[in-house]
Design a protein around this ligand. Sequence first.
Ligand code: MSP
Length: 657
Amino acid sequence: MRDDRTFYITTPIYYVNGLPHIGHAYTTIAADVASRYMRLKGHRVRFLTGTDEHGQKVMEKATARGMSPKEHCDDMVVHWKAMWEKLDIRYDHFIRTTDPSHMSAVQSVLTRLWDEGLIYKAEYTGWYSVREEIFVTDKDVESGAWDKADLQQITESNYFFRMGSYQRQLIDAIEARPDFIQPSSRRNEVLGFLRKDLDDLCISRPKARMSWGIELPFDPDFVTYVWFDALLNYLTGVGYPDGDWETWWPASYHLVGKDILTTHSVYWSTMLMALGLPLAGTLYAHGWWKSADGEKMSKSLGNTIDVGLLADEFGVDATRFFFLREIGFGADGTFSYQGFMTRYNADLANDLGNMVHRGLSMTSNWLGGVVPPRTGAGPDEAALDALATQTLQAFDEAMGGLQFHKALEALWELVKAGNKYIDTQAPWALNKAGDTQRLTTVLRAVLEIAYLAATLLQPFMPSKAAELLEKLGRTEDQAVARCCEAVEAGAVTLNALPEGGAITVGEALFPRFREMPERVAALFATEEAVVKAPKVKEPKKKKTPKAPAPPAEISYEDFAKVALKVGEVKAAERHPSADRLLVLQVDIGEEKPRQIVAGIAAKFAPQALIGRRVVVVANLAPAQLRGVESQGMLLAAGGAEVIDLVGVDAPVGEPVR
Ligand code: MSP
């Protein structure tokens, strides 16, 4: 049975219409590090990842390659597994949505919900491209990826899950558990989304149009459709409904990118409610890696980073370390090769590498290469002990909340203190002066810091930690036992190495990079070109002139110059660099939605605006607002602080007079 020492963590299951890239690697490394840490602490751990293999896109990709969908998936899965092996990902189970056990479990869920009246058949209307024979989502239309002129609205019968009926229950559940959606800003977004009526969820496709899915047990002309199939992997992957899934469910953490938080918090949670099962522990939405020019990296933009290349050139462990050290888990980050190398050199080659090397080589040169006694420990060593305990506690607390960068930051405090200690104690002077007692005490303390660092770094850098342990004459099992003990006790003293144990200096753990490795250099040059490209000249920062107070009277002609139109907000997100601003896509009945930057972030969560009818000043000259073009303005009530947006109940595109 599940208890509080059970830890079940998942990544999203990845689409196999492409190869793994930085975004996928990021989530998977995070899940691996979290699960390794929990194993280290003696918890019973289950780490699930896998592939999402059904649906239109995979079918298209297979057709383009002249393969059957299953052949294509089998081929792609080899690449995904190889990447995880390369990155030293130790998952417990790799689920594929084409696994027969998953497919039959999905069918049994469908049967049950159908029997209970929670699935029904109805007509569905959506955008359809006749030329390409596919349904296009509203999202694709809003993003401008499709021209409305090429599309038509068609209606077909489909099956729906009564998601809408769980709206109240879901809101209550989210409100009752502050830790359910993390980080908490994302929780507010989901609650904002749930302020609008929640629709039922279309879960099927007619086989005649899209056959690559799981057949509905109550209607063989239909298959079930992407999310309904995919989300269930979190249960079927631990043996639902016939295996020992109760040992693991509810999951401790579902790690997801922020773009798929709604599907997890809303679709998945309501599905669980329908099945009468507890919701997951925490849905943790992490941010996006963007390229040096600030774009989200994605397969379709072709600007992804080759994680395999980074691992080849800088090392697997340095790559794992970088992604979790560079940004907070939840925030967006910018990837640059320059940034990667700078962090590598500073944190790994300089701070950690240097401390380790100095400690080992001085011990080897002056103390016969064995761990010396800690006989003369004084106030400086007591201060290091105290810092080590503080580090351990901060590290453990941060890891418990998946704050990987904070955990590493805490550990680096200790590593830096170790370097400073070497500088101030000057063992070379102690050696020269023949002060053996101080010399042994000082070098012992340095080796102990290296030992604690190796112990805590095991989840992040398994191979480098093992290498360091070996240099210190310790095995991984010994380090694990020590870590367990220390975490349990909540305290550590720097005297865990057995006196007299042999140490070895060997090669540097993290050789310094003086220049970009050759294979990365070309990519780096492109990145530099992008970063150094002359930016579109923004006018010098002037104080925004205050709009003059409106005159007491204007002519009708003056008023008639303003074209006002009814619009509907189709998409909304935060401005990349200004907290006050939101960037909206507003449909005003033109070919493409207008992009409007509005200073309303303090009042509205982006999700809460979607679907809202607004009034737009349609003929305002476009302007750059902190680097993002705004093609109009929304009417709002309030002064410096917006109170509400002006809304109307009228069709999109209608003039407002
Ligand atoms: N198949 C669905 C998930 C189903 S889970 C029941 C899916 N797959 S995906 O392959 O498209 O994406 C998986 C994850 O990769 C998402 O969490 C997404 O956020 C993440 N990333 C994709 N690009 C990313 C970045 N550039 N940066 C960080 N993560 C991003 O969605």
